[in-house]
Design a protein. Structure first.
Length: 256
């Protein structure tokens, strides 16, 4: 047994709850429901499964989930906004179980969504998975960002540079920062036992963003659509482990 096995086991429990929360929400996300309703369902599910929602009251955030619609890049605040046909939405869940964190997000399509939106979502998911597939000890952080940036830019999209992935364990956000752009063979090396998120935010237009007056909601400056996926990862002796895999096998829309 290695010296990080216990941490990984605890993070898998937290990550599993976060993933199961998104699995549960999948059947409810449709035209006509509010993002507040999504938040309430998520809060109740996490509580009923002996966890706590990490975003709730974090630095004054008053909701349990982040719901980022259309041109919202991240940190969208649940509200009475009703989901409409053609919307896309990212739902970001972080569960705490036994003081360990599991952080994950997925995109959802409401009704019939435009082809460009679907292509953006597919490219965002694929960029995350391409980065995860190269993870192993000795890899440098810049390789993660390079993999994501190179792929999405080849598809005509842009990588948000104002936000990044982060270390996570018994603390919500800790070093290192995981940039989703960068140069190969730069940055610190990955070591077994490291735990962090990969969560690329990809825009259909330019990468420039702004934060609204609520201090949380980040939107694209050009009002182009934005998409994001996120997994919490642990580096093993010869690769990596994803702690936030869907129990139902869901990856990206459509979730059948």
């Amino acid at each position: 047994m290695n010296n990080y096995s216990e941490k990984f086991e605890k993070m898998k429990i937290a990550g599993n709850l976060a993933a199961r929360t998104l699995d549960m929400l999948t059947d409810h996300i449709k035209v006509g429901i509010s993002t507040d309703y999504i938040d309430k369902l998520g809060y109740e599910f996490i509580k009923d499964n002996h966890g706590h929602s990490a975003p709730l009251f974090y630095r004054g955030f008053k909701k349990s989930l982040c719901t980022s619609l259309n041109h919202v890049v991240c940190h969208g605040i649940p509200s009475d906004r009703i989901l409409d046909d053609g919307d896309i939405i990212n739902i970001d869940v972080t569960a705490i179980v036994n003081e360990h964190y599991g952080d994950t997000s997925r995109m959802f399509c409401i009704g019939k969504t435009p082809v460009k939106a679907n292509n953006l979502i597919d490219s965002t998911y694929e960029s995350m998975m391409k980065a995860i597939k190269i993870l192993k000890p000795g890899l440098k952080l810049g390789d993660i960002g390079h993999e994501i940036q190179n792929y999405v830019e080849s598809k005509g999209f842009s990588v948000v540079k104002d936000f990044c992935g982060h270390g996570i364990s018994t603390i919500f956000h800790e070093p290192p920062n995981i940039l989703h752009y960068g140069e190969k063979n730069t940055g610190i090396e990955l070591d077994p036992g490291m735990t962090f998120t990969i969560e690329p935010m990809i825009n259909a237009g330019k990468y420039d963003i702004k934060v609204l007056d609520d201090g949380w909601t980040a939107v694209t400056k050009d009002k182009s659509l934005s998409a994001q996926f996120e997994h919490t990862i642990g580096i093993t002796e010869n690769g990596c482990e994803i702690f936030t895999k869907s129990v139902k096998g869901y990856s990206k829309p459509p979730y059948l």
